[in-house]
Design a protein around this ligand. Structure first.
Ligand code: MN
Length: 244
């Protein structure tokens, strides 16, 4: 199996290296990752300038650093390394739960792979308090890959690992439990500025990714590429038919 690795934390992230070591058991690994951190870039792509790719020594892995976005890295890697079977993205330093699916660069690299006809798996872990212990996570990363990699019907999966996993479970995104806050502040010159934050959520619905992490379980959310509201489409077409 040919396994392409990407991330949004940048090529020198310890999370990327941890994923590379876990992934090498399953096949040949090559890495295309951003040269600097690109977190929360979402699915941005670079179209107004060319991308540069530089070979980078990385603990014995074949690795290239790219001056582009996470989605660029997946697209470029899949193009340069023809026949790559899957893109693994991460392990992100920070969970990507619920609505983070819309702005996560980690998930965007995996989604770009799925959009290009390949497959994508995004992996993230919380960092609140202290750095993740990747040695603790490794057996669970391996279990995730053992489960997901051989199943070609899983085209895009968002995986989140709690700090100390006790098991795994399939989940849906906790989209309804997102609460973004804007916090005002002041810079040293007295000018007003704002921080965009995500406020912790109190109520967590069972079966969601956030619920899984609260219960010490690795969350695996299979995602689709088409976000069309099928019920809404049917209702709208029924209630507001266009005759022209
Ligand atoms: Mn990140």
């Amino acid at each position: 199996m040919r396994i392409l690795l990407a991330n949004d934390d940048g090529i020198y992230s310890p999370g990327l290296l941890a994923l590379a070591h876990a992934a090498r058991r399953f096949g040949e690994v090559r890495i295309f990752a951003p040269d600097v951190e690109q977190s929360s870039m979402g699915h941005a792509i670079t179209h107004s300038r060319p991308l540069t790719v530089k070979r980078t020594p990385l603990d014995g892995f074949q690795a290239w650093r790219v001056n582009g976005t996470p989605a660029d890295c997946a697209a470029l890697g899949l193009n340069v390394w023809e026949g790559a079977d899957v893109v693994l993205s991460g392990i992100n330093l920070g969970a990507n739960l619920g609505n983070a699916a819309w702005h996560s660069g980690t998930l965007a690299a995996a989604r770009q792979a799925a959009l290009l006809g390949s497959r994508g798996i995004a992996l993230s872990t919380p960092t609140r308090g202290s750095e993740p212990d990747f040695a603790t996570l490794e057996p669970y990363v391996v279990r995730v890959l053992e489960t997901v990699l051989p199943d070609g019907t899983l085209r895009l999966v968002n995986v989140n690992l709690p700090r100390e996993p006790t098991g795994l479970c399939w989940t849906r995104l906790s989209i309804r439990h997102y609460d973004g806050r804007v916090v005002p502040g002041e810079d040293p010159m007295g000018r007003k500025h704002y921080w965009l934050t995500v406020h912790p959520i109190e109520e967590v619905e069972e079966g969601t990714d956030r619920w899984a992490l609260r219960h010490g379980l690795v969350s695996l959310s299979p995602l689709r590429l088409d976000p069309t509201d099928v019920d809404g489409l049917e209702a709208a077409a029924r209630q507001h038919p266009f005759s022209d």
